[in-house]
Design a protein around this ligand. Structure first.
Ligand code: PMP
Length: 569
């Protein structure tokens, strides 16, 4: 047994050298003295411990509007969900305003400004350095090895008695690779400070998370986030997992109400959905894009990635970056980062977005094989909308064919949406979850609204399109749809159904569907249909609408630049 004294903390710790790795007391001795002695702000809600009652304790406005009360400072409900999803105890979780907050708190809790230092790999996530600079902490950057391997010895050699923190990002941003668990264990055993492993991209990796090592190593903090795989970057919810005593320090130092009630309630709702489907699609797209780029002449290297982005080396990164930017595809130029000369970082998007990017890169690298049919903007849109009754996602691409699958919970509606995709020649994907236990109304209405919004967004300023569309397909029924995308909203419906339902859709909802669609598209829509068979009437209307849409959105080489004489455009 030896005694170590940390003069800056004024604490003497018994440190058992036979134990390979740090014990909790030694970890707590790293904490800045002012933080260890901090008396945290006690919120009104913490003091009373009540979740219901007449609240006259926090100087709030008493009139309810959904946001008039302060949020739960301990985020109990969200922590319970995260604990269940990640299989960790609630006491071992900190929830921050993005993982950027957790990074900043690491410095504020463990590092004395102007005296202590931190060590990290280079290149890596830029906030480790920025947060250090803000806190006046020196950062020692240790370059990654050949092919971006982890410099275990280099990291340990860079430490001295004032090194309190070490940041290792795995999978690493921007290189995309992740590091071996055994190497992280070597760091944990040999570094006598806090090792922060940033797993922002762990859900895209086949490696396991190191959260399971927290019981073994009290000097380990694992960062994760809801911004990436969980698709909630706009909510700003970051996660830190660690020894409960360390996480309690985070709770003491954070702003009392660091997560808003709006962010928490949206996050709780979004955590209900199956992210594995999206993650699976992103991972399979990553592999497809890796292969496609790898086979292009002019691409010097595509690094294998465990994340949702690729690091790609080209001869002229700035030229390619500018070419893509001018065509509304935005990637990140990382060519000035250590070891990344010539590299762009490309995030994996939807299949449609990836196709666009691949197509443009191929064009840039092999200009002679393309006629320059440069079009200023991509006509695609992805809209997600969530209300109390429905959650809808619609993706459209006016210049690509195909169906990305329809899932609305209504079989006949799925079939009709497939007809729209097929007959319009427009890529369409619709995913909807609605309160069908109530009835079909909200689901049909909201699918129509979001589809209309997506079409409208994809059309942009509508310059150069045909604008008008009409069709008269003949099954045994006759359906006619007149469509004008000029911007004025008008709806005329002349259709009679004799049955109450076609499949699982009430026939009265067809009128409501098209009225909502036309309104969201800002279109004038006239629909009439006659026939004996109700199924054919409905199908005829959807097909006719699709054909009308196909003509109306078409770009004309003879361009009607000002499509309206009424000054609508
Ligand atoms: N860690 C890494 C490695 C990142 O790349 C990012 C953001 N790009 C973050 C953390 C920040 O995540 P958050 O949105 O939770 O602040």
């Amino acid at each position: 047994m030896i005694l170590t004294t940390r003069p800056e903390c004024n604490v003497t710790v018994e440190f058992d050298q036979k134990k390979e790795y740090m014990q909790t007391e030694e970890v707590m001795a790293l904490v800045r003295r002012n933080i260890r002695n901090l008396e945290p702000y006690s919120t009104a809600r913490d003091e009373c411990g009540m979740s219901s009652g007449v609240f006259l304790d926090a100087n709030e406005n008493p009139f309810g509007n959904g946001s008039n009360r302060y949020p739960d400072p301990r985020q109990k409900e969200l922590k319970d969900r995260v604990a269940a999803i990640r299989g960790v105890p609630v006491e071992g979780i900190f929830i921050g305003n993005g993982s950027d907050e957790a990074i900043d708190l690491c410095y504020r809790i463990f590092c004395t400004p102007g005296q202590d230092n931190a060590v990290t790999i280079d290149p890596s996530y830029g906030m480790y350095r920025v947060a250090a600079d803000i806190n006046d902490i020196a950062v020692r950057l240790v370059p990654l090895g050949e092919d971006f391997s982890l410099p275990v010895d280099g990291l340990l050699d860079a430490c001295d008695s004032r090194t309190k923190l070490m940041f290792v990002c795995s999978p690493n941003n921007p290189t995309g690779n992740s590091f071996e668990e055994k190497d992280i264990r070597t760091l944990l055993k040999n570094f006598r400070g806090i090792l922060v492993v940033d797993e922002a991209y762990i859900d895209f990796s086949s490696r396991r998370s190191l959260v399971s090592l927290i019981d073994e190593y009290p000097n380990l903090i694992v960062l994760q986030t809801l911004s990436k795989a969980f698709g909630m970057a706009g909510l700003r919810i970051g996660l830190a997992f660690g020894n409960p005593q360390v996480m309690e320090l985070f709770a003491k130092v954070k702003y009392p109400y660091n997560i808003s009630s709006a962010a928490m309630s949206v996050a709780l709702g979004l955590l209900d959905r199956d992210v594995q489907r999206e993650v699976g699609l992103i991972v399979s797209e990553r592999e497809r894009v890796t292969a496609a780029l790898g086979s292009m002449k002019g691409i010097e290297k595509v690094w294998p990635s465990d994340a949702n982005f690729l690091l790609v080396k080209v001869k002229d990164p700035r030229g390619l970056y500018d070419f893509l930017l001018a065509r509304s595809v935005i990637v990140r130029d990382r060519s000035s980062a250590t070891g990344c000369a010539g590299c762009l970082r490309i995030t994996i998007g939807t299949p449609g977005e990836n196709d666009r990017m691949l197509n443009l890169i191929s064009r840039y690298l092999n200009p002679e094989s393309f006629v320059d049919n440069y079009q200023p903007a991509f006509r695609c849109a992805l809209i997600s909308r969530r209300t109390a009754e429905t959650s809808i996602e619609v993706e459209v691409d006016l210049d690509r064919r195909g169906s990305g699958g329809m899932e609305t919970g209504l079989n006949f509606l799925d079939h009709m949406l497939d007809q729209i995709a097929h007959h319009s020649g427009i890529y369409l994907r619709v995913k909807a979850r609605g309160d069908l236990q109530v009835d079909e109304h909200h689901t049909m209405e909201d699918v129509a609204i979001v589809l209309g919004d997506a079409l409208n967004k994809a059309l942009g300023d509508k310059r150069g399109i045909e604008r008008y569309g009409f069709a008269l397909p003949m099954d045994e029924s006759r359906a006619m749809v007149l469509l004008d995308l000029g911007g004025r909203v008008e709806f005329v419906w002349d259709v009679n159904f004799t049955r109450e339902y076609v499949g699982d859709v009430p026939t009265e909802m067809f009128k409501h569907f098209f009225r909502s669609l036309g309104c969201a598209m800002k279109a004038s829509l006239h629909i009439s249909a006659k026939g004996e068979n109700n199924h054919h009437i409905a199908e005829g209307i959807f097909k006719a609408f699709a054909r009308a849409l196909k003509s109306a959105v078409r770009r004309e080489s003879f361009c009607y630049d000002l499509a309206s004489s009424k000054g609508v455009f």
